[in-house]
Design a protein around this ligand. Sequence first.
Ligand code: PLP
Length: 411
Amino acid sequence: MKAWCAPDHDPIVLVEGQGAILWDRHGREYIDGNSSIWTNIHGHNHPAINAAIKSQLDKVAHVSFLGSTNVPAIELAEKLAGRFPPRTLTRTFYSDDGSTAVEVAVKMALQYWQLRGRPEKTRFLAFENAYHGDTTGASSLGGLGTFTSRFAAIHFPVERAANLEAISSRDPDRLAAVVIEPLVQGAAGIRLWPPGMLASLRAWCDAHDVLLIFDEVLTAFGRTGRLFACEHENVLPDLLCLAKGLTGGYLPLAATLTTESIYDAFLGEYHELKTFFYGHSYCGNPLGCAAALANLEIFEEENTLETLKEKIVFLRDLLGGLRTLANVGEIRQCGLIVGIEIQRDSGKPFPWQEEVGARVCAAARKYGLLTRPILDTIILMPPLCTTRPQLERATEAIQRAIQEVCERHHQ
Ligand code: PLP
């Protein structure tokens, strides 16, 4: 905050967007290199999403989801359910953002086991370096000290595992659920899980009566090359958390999808109090749901996932060029999600206090790319609509920025 408020700091005030491009108040143009904090899917100012929101706005902007419902929310729940086989992820619970999607999953899993007569199942297992959001429940699951350690006193206890092998030795009897970011841990700096991880995890959870929660807040809606990351391993969770890209990156809306079997556990007479007492004021917001419906339709109309295949390969080739730089270490790519590690000439990391990653991103802005680092990992995660020339410009900007900052940097 101190740096932000410094007299010579000129904050980036973004005023307009079109496709993968953003403009600031000085008319400077940038490629939106992190999809506006991992939310945007089909680009800014997309005519179909704009029209869907405007049309809904002329009807009603918001109505209560407690005791009533609305047309876009009904249609969206049907559309989402239609993406999965019968009796799998066919039920949708709406909330507001990624963190609340996770809170819903956690509370639902806990209550589910009570309703099924297994009240001892109260524990959750999450992975080292995981990130599931900043609300207190979601950050209890988090494994990145920066976001969690100060708040440890108010977090619920979580079992922590580094990998699949570490899970196998755990006592599953008191476990309610295992939570994972499928394929890639985003906030950890784009860390990829080994192939087969999801399938093995599913098998372990099934064998031990433990629910499986996939946090696809980052990975869903095409970013990994498929609509949902779990499709890569043909594995379904018991609870699926969606947010960020659900509305194409337009409005805050989240959905926690679950199975008929979990849904059924909550059915009962009023006096049995099986009700899931959870709700936010803006659950099922009609504007958000209208945007989300348009977002899903665009995938079909623009054949997004098909076009994406080539772009992912094209980007892989471009990243190959960066690999030759002395100051580039590992490059991790999962679809259009990329983490580029920068390092000293010697291959050793820069001290984090020197903020080299942040300086590379600041330099990249001069070359027309807007993104943020995670420590010294440069994130490149542009909207799916980003064109090949724009991908070229984005990687060129990163290359020039790395050269400018690292070569001048005292090694
Ligand atoms: N889960 C994952 C995997 C995320 O990457 C994030 C945010 O980056 C969240 C949850 C939290 O989402 P939100 O910031 O919308 O609360």
